[in-house]
Design a binder for this molecule. Structure first.
Ligand SMILES: [Zn+2]
Ligand SMILES: [Zn+2]
Length: 666
């Protein structure tokens, strides 16, 4: 900049560019260069003085016309690529100061144009270095950052409205409990938080969705949506609100929890989120298991195993070598604050017991031989018909064959002894019998082949008389399997099915069916099945009632739960050859420690609340179907949801109008 200054040559009095001085006036070079030096010195002195006075790294000089701005550019020796983070940041700040000046305070527009200047390929590589992926899944993906002040705003209002509760000492008096949860339902994934210090922590009105997107709940999508909250959740745990400290819990179905903590899931060799038990060890009772090989997991071991997995080339086939840790932890919420997914434990175990019962019923169906006409499905009736036809026809066949044999011997004798066999009436009779018998035998053979084909095809499982009456028993207390749910049950139904009287109805249906068939072998088998499943369901129901509760659990109750769980698993292992589910392991190993630590069951801290959100969102979503843009629709949906949640808004809502009683007409 200094070099462009034009100076007056002392000798020739011409305006000369400093640069060109030598060429313009060689004779006065020496004097001029001395001048330059002193000019330089002076300029430096002036500029540095001005910069020192100004509070930024730029100075603006008024010239009478448009002012001149001078910016300081640090003379750098080290290239940015290898400089420290602080230096990099300082340099960026320098650039942004200049950009701010140059753009007349519209730095954003300027920056956008600068980015446009970068060629496409280079842009991609830069974005890659930023760990910024521009891949957008085919489904529109949206993660909306909710107003982060929402929890504290909500807390404040609730306090004012006197809605906070500590559940009679369940929550320590100096703590506020916050529960995060996530679930995929319908077309969207909803991540929500709930404040546990409310009367009904799991109610829909207390679940605040802070992140909503319409895309599969894959780990990748979850990272896109949730990574921005890591530091938020982390600082929330250290934060204090008034005199209360905040404790954050995690809930969700097992798949979600595995994704959040980077475990490969229930099918992995190390399938458990809380410990490193292997699939093969699941079948061994907790009390007789070898100590020492199974260690509890923690945030530290998770992150250590993850770096080991990464260092090993992130090879999914080797996941089992690294305790099946294949991903990064999303939030630094300790594992002791992850509630075992009570609802899904119930669903999983009930489903398993029910499937076993249904299979036994199916085996009984298969063993029936007499045709029965009522209380069963078409394919089953056809099957039984075919089965009995075969029996009857085969019996007939043996009689026919025996008679045919005799007839042939008689015919031989007659032919030997008769003087004129061709006109012997006896020969004619025997021949006719032989002919009709052989025809009959061949049609019978055909019938047997045909019916055997039908038997081989079997029948629809649910058409069988035992399975059908089991289904009918379930329907009597309004529990049906959801066809659209892949034949599985929903939570509310299981609560109903696990009531003692309903367990009785369900299991007794087997005996009732056997009695109606009047078959003593079936009856004794049915008695056996009834006894076995009555015990299994009742033992499980005892565990379920305690861990599903949402009140403070006394030590006596907790001991009762521990005994009930051990009794159930002992019975299950002894009575069934079926495998022990990972969910049974969670029940056996991790539910009691959770309950002992927090004195509360899954009814309060589990994943139910997040589940019921879907129904509510689906209802509201219908009202906004006219919004074509999906992202806009989601955003309106979320706004609507937030508006409803704030307690202050709720108190503003006018009470519903009372219907005037209609006057009876005279
Ligand atoms: Zn000169
Ligand atoms: Zn475990």
């Amino acid at each position: 900049m200094i070099n462009e200054i034009r100076v007056i040559c002392e000798k020739c009095s011409n305006m000369v560019s400093l640069e060109l001085l030598t060429q313009d006036c060689s004779s006065h070079e020496k004097a001029a260069s001395k001048k330059i030096e002193s000019n330089n010195k002076m300029a430096i002195r002036v500029v540095s003085q001005l910069i020192k006075d100004s509070d930024s790294s730029t100075i603006t000089l008024s010239t009478g016309g448009r002012p001149i701005s001078i910016a300081r550019v640090t003379n750098t020796g080290v290239s940015t690529g290898i400089s420290s983070r602080v230096t990099k940041r300082r340099r960026s700040n320098e650039i942004s100061t200049i950009r701010e000046m140059l753009s007349a305070s519209d730095a954003n527009a300027q920056l956008i144009d600068e980015l446009k200047l970068i060629p496409e390929e280079e842009k991609e590589s830069i974005l890659k270095q930023l760990n910024f992926t521009i891949y957008v899944p085919p489904e529109e993906n949206l993660a909306m950052k909710a107003d982060l002040s929402l929890p504290s705003r909500k807390l404040r209002l609730m306090k004012r409205l006197n809605q906070l509760t500590w559940h009679d000492g369940l929550i320590p008096a100096n703590e506020i409990w916050l529960k995060l949860g996530g679930d995929k339902g319908g077309s969207s994934v909803k991540i929500s938080f709930q404040i546990v210090n409310t009367v009904k922590p799991n109610s829909v009105e207390n679940s605040c969705v802070f992140c909503l997107f319409e895309a599969p709940d894959s780990v990748f999508n979850l990272h896109l949506a949730l990574d921005q909250y890591y530091s938020c959740v982390s600082s929330l745990q250290k934060a204090k609100w008034k005199e209360y400290s905040i404790r954050v819990f995690m809930s969700g179905d097992y798949e979600f929890l595995c994704n959040i903590y980077g475990i490969s899931g229930a099918s992995g060799r190390h399938c458990c989120l809380w410990c490193t038990i292997t699939n093969e060890e699941l079948k061994i009772p907790r009390t007789t298991r070898q100590q020492g090989t199974i260690t509890p997991r923690s945030l530290a071991t998770l992150s250590q195993k993850y770096s080991e997995f990464e260092a090993d080339g992130s090879n999914l086939k080797k996941a089992k070598m690294h305790d099946n840790v294949i991903g990064k932890v999303f939030f630094d919420i300790p594992l002791s604050q992850v509630c075992p997914p009570g609802l899904h434990i119930t669903l999983g175990i009930f489903q398993r017991l029910f499937n076993l019962l249904e299979e036994e019923c199916h085996q009984l169906d298969l063993s029936i031989t007499e045709p029965c006409t009522t209380n069963s499905g078409m394919s089953f009736r056809d099957y039984l018909q075919a089965k009995s036809t075969i029996t009857v026809t085969e019996q007939e066949q043996s009689v026919l064959t025996a008679e045919l044999n005799q007839a042939q011997q008689i015919l031989a004798l007659l032919l030997l002894n008769s003087p004129n066999p061709q006109h012997d009436i006896r020969v004619q009779n025997v021949t006719r019998l032989i002919h009709s018998h052989s025809t009959k035998i061949s049609t019978n053979n055909h019938t047997i082949v045909q019916n055997k084909r039908i038997v081989k095809q079997g029948f629809e499982r649910e058409d069988g008389i035992f399975v059908k009456s089991l289904e009918r028993a379930m329907a009597s207390f309004h529990v049906e399997r959801q066809v659209y749910h892949g034949g599985s049950f929903v939570g509310n139904h299981i609560h109903r099915a696990l009531k003692p009287e309903n367990i009785k109805t369900m299991c007794n249906s087997v005996i009732a069916t056997a009695t109606s068939l009047n078959n003593s072998a079936l009856q004794s088998k049915a008695d056996e099945i009834n006894d076995k499943f009555m015990d299994a369901f009742n033992l499980f129901a005892q565990c379920h009632t305690i861990y599903d509760s949402n009140t403070l659990l006394s030590n006596a109750k907790i001991n009762e739960l521990e005994t009930a769980i051990d009794a159930f698993l002992r019975f299950y292992r002894e009575s069934f050859t079926a495998t022990v589910l990972p969910k049974m392991h969670m029940l056996e190993d991790h539910l009691v420690p959770w309950v002992k630590r927090w004195k509360v069951g899954c009814g309060c801290m589990g994943e139910q609340g997040a589940e019921s959100l879907h129904a509510m969102f689906n209802n509201v979503e219908r009202a906004y179907n006219n919004i074509v843009d999906r992202i806009e629709r989601l955003s309106v949906l979320l706004q609507n949801h937030h508006f409803k949640l704030l307690p202050a808004n709720k108190s503003l809502e006018p009470p519903p109008l009372k219907k005037r009683p209609t006057k009876p007409r005279d």
